[in-house]
Design a protein around this ligand. Structure first.
Ligand SMILES: C[S@@+](CC[C@H](N)C(=O)[O-])C[C@H]1O[C@@H](n2cnc3c(N)ncnc32)[C@H](O)[C@@H]1O
Length: 256
């Protein structure tokens, strides 16, 4: 079954495949765990997916809620949490419009904000975050620092991006990527072709990622009523600079 989220991305159709694909990614874990503990209160992860971060946070004693739009991702998150013996709250909802309470920390990790392409989407995100933060609460987001070398990639070029073990003994899956940058919308339009070695079948899925350029991202936070507390270029808290792979922003609403 194809599963599209609001921006047309289709890669969240199956949480088990998502996890098998992303298994090695751990770079941000220590950072978000430290921030969640520092918050000393309820934490909300937006676009929590299969609970890659939510579940370890809950296991570390953090009072954490995860919100996501994709049912298959949440189903997988709930099953993994039960297997781990932890009980984070998982909620089906939209990061652009939610009302879940008052949190000391809200974060949106692993480039998930790049699924919000339109100005109205971003406005919805920031206003919902402001409404759901307790006094003194913080908002953290991380997105890529767009690399101009990627943006000019030949759209006909196909490159391998993953080779993983399909869930339930389904054999190896090779994922090849085509990448086309839409300069008008500032959206990277990717097509991932999943090829099962076992069955020989291929399936194409779309992934759209809005690019946020550094000064633009600061302006969006500012004009949506947030002050910047810290800006890092990676999860080791190195200062943001031209060669930084990531933009990690820690901010809080100007008026609380
Ligand atoms: C790259 S995954 C990240 C998942 C998880 N945070 C992680 O670190 O593994 C992006 C997630 O964003 C979710 N998503 C996309 N648009 C959303 C929206 N408007 N509201 C809530 N979740 C959304 C997708 O369903 C997907 O689970």
């Amino acid at each position: 079954m194809k599963h599209s989220i609001a921006d047309g991305s289709q890669i969240y159709w199956d949480g088990a495949h998502y996890d098998a694909f992303n298994v090695p990614y751990q770079d941000d874990m220590k950072f978000y765990l430290a921030e969640a503990k520092k918050a000393r209160g309820p934490v909300l992860e937006l676009a929590c997916g299969t609970g890659r971060l939510t579940i370890p946070l809950a296991a570390a004693g953090v009072d954490v809620t995860g919100l996501d739009l994709a049912g298959p991702m949440l189903a997988r998150a709930r099953a993994k949490a039960a297997a781990a013996g932890v009980k984070p709250r998982f909620v089906k909802g939209d990061a652009r419009s939610f009302s879940l309470g008052r949190f000391k920390l809200i974060f949106i990790a692993f480039n998930s904000m790049q699924h919000l392409a339109a100005r109205e989407d971003i406005e919805g995100l920031f206003s919902s975050v402001a409404r759901n933060l307790a006094p003194g609460g913080r908002f953290i987001l991380d997105v890529f620092n767009p690399d101009p070398r990627c943006l000019v990639r030949d759209p006909d070029e196909e490159l391998p991006v993953a080779y993983y073990d399909a869930p339930s003994g389904g054999g190896k899956v090779l994922v090849n990527e085509r990448y086309s940058y839409d300069r008008a919308a500032q959206v990277s339009r990717l097509t991932w072709t999943y090829r099962s070695e076992k069955t020989g079948r291929s399936e194409k899925k779309r992934l759209n990622l809005r690019c946020f350029f550094p000064e633009e991202l600061l302006a969006l936070a500012h004009y949506n009523g947030f002050d910047l507390l810290a800006r890092y270029g990676d999860f080791r808290r190195r200062p943001f600079g031209p060669d930084s792979p990531k933009q990690v922003l820690v901010c809080r609403p100007r008026v609380q």
